[in-house]
Write a protein that binds this ligand. Structure first.
Ligand code: PGA
Length: 248
């Protein structure tokens, strides 16, 4: 049985004051559901969120991490640094990092390998851009990303992995994939995991959908058999909206 997992992705949003306010509101609204939940936030807010959510079921995630433990990498943050402040998850390979910050499948792979030496679980993002979807290449693209991103990871690693299928054309555009499209691609990802590992591993891996998921479309998306959760951008900036998605 896969436990649904809904994570927020604040991206480069929210001031410190906004983050404190969100945490207070969200804690007040939060009710225990059968859904795992986390907020992934900019580095500077992580410590305050870990403290604010201490003693609750709400987990905290980072949005990126470097693959080395330490060294001359100005501006970067390492996995041990995140571990030290009590972070539970880390998004890796988000399309915005692939698009604007030179993230490649090779660096994604290094980051995943590093995270699996720590207590922090990765949320690996994959997805095709609009031209690839229009050319009917979405499976080729996503399958290719997965093969490279997961290279050298063990079955035990992948069992604990969270994969977010995020069609780039649906991110922040208000254009959601239809529940059928999203379900088909999440099912395809599970098939790729079966091919690379086995059915047992594929049955355990949590696959989220991400891309303009919100309180209005969450129920329909979450009711799809292959969709185990969501990675929520815009709608996670409001405690009320985010709670409504969790309470789909
Ligand atoms: P969105 O972002 O919900 O604002 O489309 C999702 C994401 O990028 O993770």
């Amino acid at each position: 049985m896969r436990i649904p997992f809904i994570a927020g992705n604040w991206k480069m949003n929210m001031s410190g004051r906004d983050a404190v306010e969100f945490a207070e509101q969200f804690k007040a609204l939060y009710k225990n559901t059968d859904v795992r939940t986390a907020i992934c936030a900019p580095y500077v807010h992580l410590e305050l969120l870990v403290e604010a959510f201490d003693g609750t079921d709400i987990k905290v995630g980072a949005e990126n991490a470097h693959w080395e433990d330490s060294g001359a990498y100005t501006g970067e943050v390492s996995v041990p640094m995140l571990e030290e402040i009590g972070v539970d998850y880390c998004i890796i390979g988000h399309s915005e990092r692939r698009q604007y910050f030179n993230e490649t499948d090779e660096t994604v792979n290094l980051k995943l390998k590093k995270l699996f030496t720590s207590s922090i679980l990765p949320i690996l993002c994959v997805g095709e851009v609009l031209e690839e979807r229009e050319a009917g290449k979405e499976k080729e693209i996503v399958g290719g990303q997965l093969k490279k991103d997961l290279e050298g990871l063990t079955a035990d690693n992948v069992r604990k992995l969270v994969i977010a299928y995020e069609p780039v054309w649906a991110i922040g555009t208000g254009k959601t994939a239809t529940p059928e499209q999203a379900n088909e691609m999440c099912g395809f990802i599970r098939d790729v995991i079966t091919d690379l590992y086995d059915e047992d591993v594929a049955d355990e891996v949590i696959i989220q959908y991400g891309g303009s998921m919100n309180p209005e479309n969450a129920t329909e998306l979450m009711n799809q058999p292959e969709i185990d959760g969501g990675l929520i951008g815009g709608a996670s900036l409001s405690a009320e909206k985010f709670m409504k998605v969790i309470d789909f």
